[in-house]
Design a binder for this molecule. Sequence first.
Ligand code: CA
Length: 411
Amino acid sequence: MSLPDLPPGTPFGLDNLPYGVFSHAGEPRRRAGVAVGDTVLDLSAAAEEAAAPFAPLLTSGVLNPLLAAGPATWREVRARVTEWLTEERYAEQIRPHLLPRNEIVMHLPFEVADYVDFYSSEQHAINAGRIFFGDAAVLPPNWKHVPIGYHGRAGTVLASGTPIVRPSGQRKPRDETVPTYGPSRTLDIEAEVGFVVGTPSELGRPVPIGEFAEHVFGVCLVNDWSARDIQAWELQPLGPFLGKSFATSISSWVVPLAALEHARVTPPPQDPEPLPYLRTAEPWGLDLALEIRLNGHLVSSPPFATQYWTAAQQLAHLTANGANLRTGDLYASGTVTGPEREQRGSLLELSWGGREPFAVPGGQRTFLEDGDEVVISASAPGPGGARIGFGEVRGTVVPGGSDHSARLRST
Ligand code: CA
């Protein structure tokens, strides 16, 4: 028996209980919330009314104080929320704090500290190599030793739903002799899974791989918007820069690691065996099923379980030099791409570098056009056949460059 009326098969059942930040017409102050069924529990209000010891962690309008409190507090909050939602004695107290989800506005759930993006799908790395260097391309020699990544721009990590202004930059296609500045002609997506750091670590001390669940609070969805033409011209010889830093969208809900016990799987075999600091007997592969929709049409279903490097290995690697973790750090998996054509996590791969347009209702696509809406969603196995939903990360491309400036002037 549960307090909210849970629709059958809801992706937001009592085994999920993801966290987010919302406001509504009656209360514009941002509050912490927990999604359950078609409702959100106003966690800030419920904790205050119950005089819960963790109530002061929920008043800031971002999840960071809760993230910083560490795993013992995360377990306590989850246990209390479960009690509140399932025990009849709390009904009168809790019911007024359950709000219909279609009446709230979601915001960025946490203040992003540092942002790192990895490159951990073997199939994606193989595809990218073949697209750029031909069918004979092989993985870089370090790829199966080093979980490759780069530091991105935390300040442009955006709430789901934020419009994506087509970025401008230097572009120099192979058939042009000089670079020009203007809106990207090859705007793309990358469907990824993000890991949210709660507990910080000390500068100078690498975080052992076994401490993954002590530091990582939960999981969200990421769209790493990418301007392929800007990226291709600028990355000789350094890594991703302006082709990536204009926007990275994340989902509204952060699913706690505690909700993903049934989703844990053994990752693909790793050969050669990684160095000792990247080894663990604990399986931290996660069986998330992603879906990418372009203007409502399903274009790909990438399987996260096929990722070569796990989030635990990525965390150990990200701190292997002694760099410390901060509360609110976000690190993303890299594009999730499976072995099949319909499992590719970017338009770069779906259109094979723009050379093989793919069909969408009413036409074809290579890269994104102005007005295109991309929605990435995911779910994972829960107990008893339930699905753990991640909600979605959504974004619509709006014109950039002179078109954008003209539009701004006219309004
Ligand atoms: Ca990426």
